[in-house]
Design a binder for this molecule. Sequence first.
Ligand code: 44T
Length: 836
Amino acid sequence: MSEGSSRNSRKGRKAGRAAGRRALISKSVQSAQHCLEEQDYGTAYAHFLLVLSLAPELRDDFKETFQYTLLKWAEELYAINRSEDLFSCYEQALELFPTDDVICNSMGEQLFRLGFRDEAAGYFYKAVKLNPRSLDAKENFYRVANWLVERWHFVMLNDTKRNLMYRKAVEKAVQAGCKTVLDIGTGTGILSMFAKKAGALRVYGCELSKTMYELACEVVAANQMEDGIKLLHMKSYDIQIPQNIPEKVSLVVTETLDAGLFGEGIVETLIHAWKHLLLKPKPKEEACGDGYGRVIPAGAVIYGMAVECQEIRRHHRVGVKEVAGVKLGEELQFWSPVPGNHRSDDVTEPYDTEKMSRVPGGYKSLSQPFQALTVDFNSLQDLESIVAGKSCSVSVPVLEEGQLDCFITWFVLHLDSENSLSTGPSEETCWEQAVFPVQNVPDGGYIVRPGEIIEVAISCPDCYLQCDLARVYKDGELAGGAGSSDQSENMVLENENELCDALASLHTTSLQDVARERCVLESGEIALLNNVLYHENFKAAMEKVVSSLSPKENGFTWDRSTASAANDPLYILDVSEGFSILPLIAAQLGHVKSYSSVEKPQHRVALEKLLEINGLAKDNLVFWLSQLDADGDVLQRPNLDKLWSLIILDVVDICGLMRQEVMEKAAIARCLLQSGGKIFPQWIIMRGLLIESHALTRESAVQGTDPTLGFLIAPSINRFKVPVHVFLNLSALPCTPLSEPVDLYKLDLMNPCSNYNSNTEIKVRVCKSGHVTAVSFWYHLYLDEDFSLDTSGETSHWKQAAFVLENPLDVVQGEELLLDVQIQNSNISMTLNRAR
Ligand code: 44T
């Protein structure tokens, strides 16, 4: 058949169209590829879109090229702020490839960096579901999940005792006539559901977090209560009557509390609620509660206790005068960031929180618990006195001799007159305690003895609980606090008025001591400075590198070039995060030029002061970041004709996980080393062991419907569970070890060959029968064959981590198991299998 005649027949026309389509497709493919070569990603993207819409059969072939083009084009759109176009591109791409995890994950990343974190979480979650092996998507999902749903939700929902207590109190109030209920900070909606189930007529719940609000909607629907509970995505302060809720309520239930009681803003929240959202309070003389407003919890009593605790001490006070040959000196003082240095614009609380029962090394009570403060949540006047800065001082007799390291506080929450729960340190509770380290302690520590009285100053600046040492006295006289050389260092106050004045200024002014340089360090940085073993190991290993690289006195003949090389110092770079004195230790080795990458001006001043104290010349230490251009990379050669003798990388974060991009950094570092130069650590071994830990299990997911008293909450919130737990103190974690520690993984920073994206299956022998629920892990950092650091050691400033297994396994002693460990970037995944 000739071309001419076919064009006229129907079949011919169809064939012609098909040919035209083919031609268009192949032309577009050519254009797309040409544009790609020219890096014109926008046009390439448009061509590919056309091709893949016209020819679905090509989708598989072009998938990867298309993904690449999309990602590149999205980068450009992002750079020029065309975010709407950016998202349209992704939506188009997802229409072509609705089950593609890479596009889904990338969409999530774009949403995340534009601030749409909830939406991002949705796409990451979808990407993980589409491809459970995608470690990138998993890592992204876990990161946002941790952000969006705080981990304490799991612990609280698993606390049956707390749930029962709240249910009882709510039931009692509703039965007593409170028929309209507002749940402030509804979280997953559990308290609202208690109220509805108890027979409340109308229940409103407000929640300021978008993710939690959406979760609550899902939970309430899953329990078929959506008709009875109205949920609002708003802060209680913004609720308007009748716009948002039609009426004032007779009951407010809330658990917007933190370890320090007021830190979640309950005082301000309830003052507002009493003024705008609640019916009037019941007058005292009235017997019947009908028609009045009330709050659950009704009130609380805060208790405090004086405590000796070595673990808290080493995180809040530099207790050493010299570290690996570096004198710290009187002229320099290190401070921990709580509480005296708290600023009102800080987002964090002015206290630490700890589960005291899980502090490594334990603690010793130096006093009886004392009552620090009481608050009646049903009294507007009481609430307002707290905003007004309610303060008092309490005299506390010393019961046991010891170092006064901190005060801890907890509270007894009176839900109503019959139902209370305590967040105390020896209680079985999901709660932590608030910790107030005693500041500005003399060198030998502050020793208190039986017979002495500690005067504790309690106050509420900015509605945050605050607990300070005012003074210690004995028989009416000031006590020395043995070991204290300088009384003026302690805040000693003579009477109550003075106390209040001083408290008012305590949080703004520093003591008038000008001769001393002050440097505020994070608690992890203080623990690091206290870690003598760490610094001594570094010193010893650095000495070896220096001596191996320094030109020998005898040995070979001197010529001009070796002579000049001999005069050249060795260059050592420390790229530790945060404060580090390793460059000073290096500088003391002689013939070394040290480079520090500290960022904070305060840290720099402190290091300069230490140089002076230790009699080192200023030019021994270079502040590397100030030498680089604004966006200069830390890892570059010291100067054109020099390379580094040693680069110190900070590979493990104090949370207990490897930092991101360690291998990438090591790869660059290797290129910048002189021959014989080293990277510290040279290699890293990840160690781990099988454990049975119900505490970890309770922190990782809601355990069915039992703890939530029959309500279906677990399926919804458990979507946000994250298997890796960080910031653990393994030595104090309630758990049973079921195997010996084993090497899980080796990362060689000096010899990369075997490292990348390793998947390994490790044989582990069970040493005790039980139920393996998790694998705890930590790291050994090898500076060289002789000197290594253990991130789980007693003096470690690092915390440790654990991986909670998706499928726990019952095991018997002697059994051999296979642990599959996958590592990509800083993301870890583990599966435990029986040996085949
Ligand atoms: N921490 C306990 C906090 N909210 C508990 O968005 C104990 C911490 C804890 N919503 C370890 C262990 C524990 N209007 O979802 C949150 C929050 C919301 C509000 C609307 C308001 N005015 C507020 C104020 C807060 O309420 C929920 C609970 S607040 C914190 C509770 C297990 N670490």
